[in-house]
Design a protein around this ligand. Sequence first.
Ligand code: AMP
Length: 505
Amino acid sequence: MEKQRFDGLGLSPEILKAVAQLGFEEATPIQSAAIPVLLAGGDLVGQSQTGSGKTAAFSIPAIEKIDPSSKAVQVLILCPTRELAEQVADEVHQLTAFKRSIHSVPIYGGASYDRQLFELKKGVQIVIGTPGRIIDHLERGTLKLDQLKVAILDEADRMLDMGFRDDIQKILDATPDERQTVFFSATLSGPIKQLISRYSRNAQTVAIERKDVAAPAIDQWFYEIPPRGKTQSLIRLVDFHGFRLGIIFCNTQRMVDELADALLAQGFSADRLHGGITQAQRTRVMNKFKNSEFEFLVATDVAARGIDVDDLEVVINYDLPHDPEDYVHRIGRTGRAGRKGMAATFVSGRDIYKIQYLEKFTHSRIRRGNIPTPSEVEGKRSEQMLEKVRALLTSGNYPDQMQFTDRLMEEGFQATEVCSALFSLLLGQGGADQPSSPQSLNLPMQLEPHEGFAKPKGGKKIPFPTGAPSNAPRPGFKPGFKPQFEKGNTSKFAKGFKKDRGPRY
Ligand code: AMP
């Protein structure tokens, strides 16, 4: 199924505004298929997984059907659990942000009746709830469904498995026959088919079929992370592996903006691409990325589609994509041309089971990884630094700085002490009043970019700085880019130079 733009689906300006505010760039496959059918008034059976965007697929057209001048309940969304009801209510709330006369209320067991009664009395057009509590309100006469226009059963198969069949039937029997009925279900077993045939008319089935696609042969990992810990985990992962060129995918424009800002604040050279950015600016960012002028591109799928940079070290799925085909497109940008690429996918909460699905879909293995601890990152940085110093010593390609060593030794310091102090400075562990960045030491500036550092196309090497610091910014220097490790060092060069960042975790 082709994905469509929201503005081609015949939606109201208020919904388009809400969708834009949520940062959705284009409709997911289930939304592209279901929204037109539902707007046309047909009954529908939708088969798609959680995470495919099904909530918006049934909520958006239902919201569009509401007569805002009436305070009667016009849309009912039944969910199997309180958690799902809360999630759906939250999304409905955001989708109705610009429809000021439309109100919704979640109604589920375990929550206080008082608040629910208060909301119901005020008049709400959308009720989202679990069957048991909906029945309670119907029996008390506090909820009336006689003017219902749309009944939606989310995760209908699960509701039947949980023994809600009688409740569902009672509820649907309390609604007008001419209502629109929508079933969403992962499976279509016998009992669910019976329910569909009893309560819907000529329901159209919309299933999101997947053609299996082979994933490119690259290292695929997933990391289970609580949503709040994602940015820090990302930083640790990048620092641990020493990645210098990658794309980080997010699902919404808002997330792209938040993450790009967070990375810039942490001293990364990063930029962003999403559909909310002007075409001229997008072209500029793409060209800069192609020329390796910054390290991390934070992007949505739509915006990243036109980029033909394919020799990335890493692709990070900061958000799990809604469409498995997007997963394959995303990760296929790394591991090309004999390079060893890595794809890292962050999952939170219920998303975890989708990893198995992706493995099946891509016929490949996605291994569970652990985000390195701060001390592991520190250890790795030290190892990398040691390796660089060893390589430099072996090459002999560095200017003689003996006068400094001699002076310090004349003052009574041992050579080993001098080395320890220098390593501390290199690793950003110098004392508070010491420069913690390596700029003043000259040393790593003579190093070649490490092996994984992508060279720009056409064999042109990035003129990596050599010799004494100059005032010329390193390619990739971004105005406003402030690495965290250097306090008090204001040279432009130092701002752009982040070969050895201090610890950030
Ligand atoms: P669902 O399948 O309804 O559980 O959706 C999972 C998540 O996808 C929710 O957090 C939605 O906010 C988000 N979402 C839904 N539609 C889109 C879209 N078109 N683009 C980006 N994110 C979306």
